[in-house]
Design a protein around this ligand. Structure first.
Ligand code: NAD
Length: 296
């Protein structure tokens, strides 16, 4: 299978690596020359233009920051024209369900197939090939995509029609953001009370305070070796990207008349970190507004 992979960032590069390992003929592209060099160094072949990467591709995958980037990469470029006329286009980015439906319709108008297939599991899930995929679109297209998605993930859900994968991802990230905010507040309070971080994780991790954020991304350095907090919040899931996801959730909440007070507060805090020039840090840097490193 010839695969064109667009977006070789924190998530895209390790995901593309799994497709290469599964034996696919993959060519990657990223607007950033640095990302292309990192991909080459990691053994993922790259092209200098998106059109070259997409030439004759049976599958086109995108892993890009926002909807506008997915539109630019798929619709404003020559990618669709140059790929296989029956190509399967899979967007793994987190974008709005509305954008996913619009892009899907534009792809379908060219005779090609489109799935929204956002992921959960973070950069460690991408590296370990243990991501959860939540897919929107035709079930037959999901079945065609299954071998590829299973090479990158451990769990695969059909959420429903086009855009449903994005809706599922959006509500997941609402919960993740608030779990992280509550973990940050609890972690700082535990420290001030003299409780060791590992003790908090050991107890809450098997009790009613459990969450993915607690066990995998505990925001105190050294508590979880693989957590971004143990490497000065580098890599991971950027504050700007979580702010984007909460923006999507708040827009949807407004449309549906939902009181999303806690979501709005965490979004405000992420905005504060961005104002402080900390937008590229992992979102567990929310702890810096709790412990006073940055004024809330
Ligand atoms: P990232 O910023 O590390 O990587 C995005 C890459 O896309 C960058 O290298 C950038 O240069 C490239 N890019 C932007 N526009 C492009 C274009 N038009 N053509 C080609 N390349 C382009 O972001 P990431 O952390 O890999 O996240 C990607 C997506 O996955 C986002 O939608 C994010 O919300 C979602 N996501 C991230 C995580 C995580 O833990 N990082 C987890 C789940 C989902």
């Amino acid at each position: 299978m010839k695969v064109c992979w667009i977006g070789l960032g924190n998530m895209g590069l390790p995901m593309a690596g799994h497709l290469r390992d599964a034996g696919h003929d993959i060519v990657g592209f990223d607007l950033s020359p640095g990302a292309r060099s990192a991909a080459s160094a990691a053994g993922v072949p790259t092209a200098d233009s998106v059109e070259t990467a997409a030439d004759g591709a049976d599958v086109v995958c995108t892993m890009l920051p926002k909807g506008e980037h997915v539109r630019a990469a798929l619709l404003d470029s020559g990618v669709l024209d140059i790929s296989n006329p029956e190509a399967l286009v899979i967007d793994c980015s987190t974008i709005s369900a509305t954008d996913a439906r619009d892009i899907g319709s534009a792809v379908a108008a060219t005779g090609r197939r489109f799935l929204d297939a956002p992921v959960s599991g973070g950069t460690t899930g991408a590296q370990n090939g243990t991501l959860t995929f939540m897919v929107g679109g035709a079930r037959a297209d999901l079945e065609a995509a299954r071998p590829l998605l299973e090479a990158m993930g451990a769990r695969l859900f059909h959420a429903g029609e086009l855009g449903a994968g994005q809706s599922a991802k959006m509500v997941n990230n609402m919960m993740l953001a608030m779990n992280m905010q509550s973990t940050c507040e609890a972690a700082v309070l535990a420290q001030r009370l003299g409780i060791d971080p590992q003790t908090v994780i050991d107890i809450a991790g098997v009790s009613t305070g459990d969450s993915w954020a607690l066990r995998n991304y505990y925001p105190v350095a050294g508590a979880v070796d693989a957590a971004p907090s143990s490497r000065d919040f580098a890599g991971g899931f950027a504050v700007t990207l979580m702010r984007k996801d909460l923006g999507l959730a708040l827009d949807a909440a407004a449309v549906h008349g939902i009181d999303a007070t806690a979501t709005a507060e965490v979004a405000r805090r992420l905005e504060r970190l961005i104002d402080e020039g900390r937008g590229s840090l992992d979102f567990s840097a929310l702890i810096q507004l709790v412990d006073g490193t940055v004024g809330a």
